[in-house]
Ligand binder design. Structure first.
Ligand code: GTP
Ligand code: MG
Length: 579
């Protein structure tokens, strides 16, 4: 069943940014398949994308399943600094065909190698030894994280090309501002921002592989468990360097035992019982936390935070460089990630706008990686979704609308909460709204700079504001647990800072000289201007974490100025030589 939101008209993208924008989308979204990209790219010469012209798109669960399986066929290797790529691959090919590989740098050079078959890993493990030192004793755990070294380094280095590493880091603030200033329009700046800061295809693979390596450890206790990534690693809004949220899913174990009830006897497992699900979760996470700490290769700084509202184990996975949060029984959060993924995939403007707003909030120190009384990226993303639902015509539909499109296979109740919505993106017709990103960004700030936070609640289920049920400064209804406020942590001061900065940003984007590059490119404009510290500095509220300091900004402006002076001197010199 296809339900109409109107015929699609392409979002105009400036010619200059278009190729890079699609590259970035492809890198970010397409996962093991490329179906999602097809939604963004119309067939050549067609302005309208009819239902019949679209290739079927993979659902979120299909993408997750494929990536999970791909990660199970992959290994991680710590390599010497100078390693000949071809020889290394040839060596590893002894165990089977390699379908994909890449190198990256994090505490040394590492390689991710994907075999075409899982059996190759078993063969590699059989031929790998555990190193016994003279003073230290190894815990003999055979994981999929290896060390490799050259037997005779000097003779082999000259033989073949050395590896090229895929970049997993974000540029410095100064470089970022310079790149933004060099764009041609605000929309071009947004595309640049996404291209350079979005998590890359390699980074996504590494995230799934890290989950898979942790799964191997958890599987020692729970053989059929899975560790699933959620949050910004999978919802399409991830920025390089974001944390890796993962959850231990034990549901399949329960399901398997339920189906094996046959014959005249009832067989069940002898199990230990505890008095609550929360206690069970705490016990399981506690044990897995111990395992990670004691024999998880590369897992360091393991902290068990079991008394939090959502118990978790936090640790650093050193080789990948990810800060990981492992939870259990967190299926609603995975469902929220799927919902965000669907909204982000429906229209390219959703991700672009949310990405810009999230980066703006971080630059303005409205958000932080430290928990506190400030807005979170999740809350900001819901605000962007709500804003886009409120456009005329709407750019994306309400959650109730997505629920009405759901088929029997989509029915999903978690802990008594109805989390049903359509998973098949092909059932949703795109919007006919043609507003550009320049307009939407400015309107977003205008809208929330004047939103009646004192009386209205933000509700993406209805796509309409509702009366606020309590006196919290800002109320964003949790899409799947309607009694909960996603932004309950935000205090009055933080809301005031947000509103003030939103108004100021709307004002900046309404100034003619601020929305286009100056000839010399010496003044931050558009997004770059929004990333500078607030001009009036009215807000006295405490800023979370470290915002861009005045010193950083001073250096940044000096650097931009110096660069443009250099350029104009060079141009002058060139002209003088020519004349
Ligand atoms: P980053 O800041 O890039 O890590 O964004 P994120 O989306 O990953 O946010 P975070 O790591 O804080 O949380 C991970 C996921 O947990 C989110 O994407 C949501 O799915 C879920 N989540 C976070 N906060 C809340 C909340 O207050 N309520 C609900 N229901 N889910 C939440
Ligand atoms: Mg996260």
């Amino acid at each position: 069943m296809a339900v109409c939101m109107g015929l699609v008209t392409r979002l105009p993208l400036c010619a200059q940014g278009r190729g890079r924008f699609f590259d970035s989308l492809h890198r970010h979204l397409s996962s093991p398949g490329t179906a999602i990209l097809k939604r963004e790219e119309p067939p050549a010469g067609s302005a309208e994308l009819g239902e019949e012209a679209r290739a079927p798109q993979k659902t979120f669960s299909e993408v997750q399943k494929e990536r999970h399986e791909q990660a199970q066929r992959s290994i991680l290797i710590s390599c010497p600094k100078k390693v000949p790529e071809k020889r290394l691959l040839k060596y590893l090919c002894q165990h089977g065909e390699i379908t994909n590989h890449f190198f990256f740098e994090s505490f040394g050079i590492h390689a991710v190698i994907e075999y075409s078959k899982k059996e190759s890993i078993a063969s590699l493990q059989d031929s790998t030894f555990i190193p016994y030192g003279e003073t230290e004793f190894p815990i003999p755990f055979k994981s999929r994280f290896f060390n490799i070294s050259l037997k005779n380094p000097s003779s082999q280095i000259s033989d073949g090309t050395l590896v090229r590493c895929s970049d997993q880091s974000s540029p410095s603030n100064v470089d970022l501002m310079q790149m933004l200033c060099n764009a041609e329009s605000v929309e071009g700046q947004i595309n640049t921002l996404m291209r350079i800061l979005q998590i890359t295809e390699e980074n996504i693979r590494l995230r799934y592989l890290t989950c898979s390596l942790i799964e191997d450890i958890a599987a020692a206790y729970f053989p059929a468990c899975t560790i699933k990534p959620f949050g910004s690693s999978v919802n399409g809004f991830g920025k390089l360097g974001c944390d890796l949220d993962m959850f231990l899913d034990l549901d399949d174990i329960g399901k398997n035992s339920a189906v094996k009830v046959t014959g005249s006897f009832l067989m069940e497992y002898q199990v230990k019982n505890v008095s609550s699900e929360r206690w069970a979760t705490q016990k399981i996470l506690s044990v897995i936390g111990e395992c990670l700490d004691n024999f998880g290769p590369g897992c360091v700084s393991v902290q068990k935070i079991l008394h939090a509202r959502c118990p978790l184990v936090r640790f650093s996975h050193q080789p990948s460089g990810f800060q990981c949060d492992l939870t259990a029984n967190n299926r609603i959060a995975l469902k929220s990630s799927e919902l965000l993924y669907i909204y982000g995939t429906l229209d390219s403007r959703v991700r672009a706008l949310a990405f810009s707003v999230r980066c703006w909030a971080r630059q303005q120190a409205l958000t932080s990686s430290i928990p506190g009384a400030w807005l979170t990226n999740f809350s900001l993303t819901i605000m962007v979704i709500f804003f886009l639902q409120k456009r005329s015509p709407p750019i994306i539909p309400s959650l109730d609308y997505l629920k009405n499109l759901a088929g029997a296979e989509d029915k999903c109740i978690i802990e008594g909460n109805d989390c049903t919505f359509v998973s098949n993106l092909d059932r949703i017709k795109p919007s006919e709204n043609t507003e550009t990103l320049d307009i939407l960004l400015c309107q977003f700030f205008e809208y929330f700079g004047n939103f009646a936070f004192n009386k209205n609640s933000i509700n993406i289920r209805k796509g309409k504001e509702q009366n606020k049920p309590d006196s919290s400064p800002i109320h964003i209804q949790n899409p799947f647990e309607p009694a909960l406020n996603v932004s309950r942590n935000v205090n009055e001061n933080q809301l005031e800072r947000f509103v003030h900065l939103a108004r100021e940003s709307a004002w900046i984007l309404q100034q003619d000289d601020k929305i286009q590059p100056s000839k010399s490119r010496s003044h931050p404009w558009g997004l770059a201007a929004l990333f500078l510290p607030s001009v009036s500095n009215k807000s006295k509220a405490k800023k979370p974490g470290k915002g861009p300091s005045n010193e950083t900004i001073r250096k940044l402006l000096e650097s931009i100025k110096a660069d443009s002076t250099k350029r104009s001197t060079a141009t002058r010199e060139k002209r003088t030589t020519q004349s």
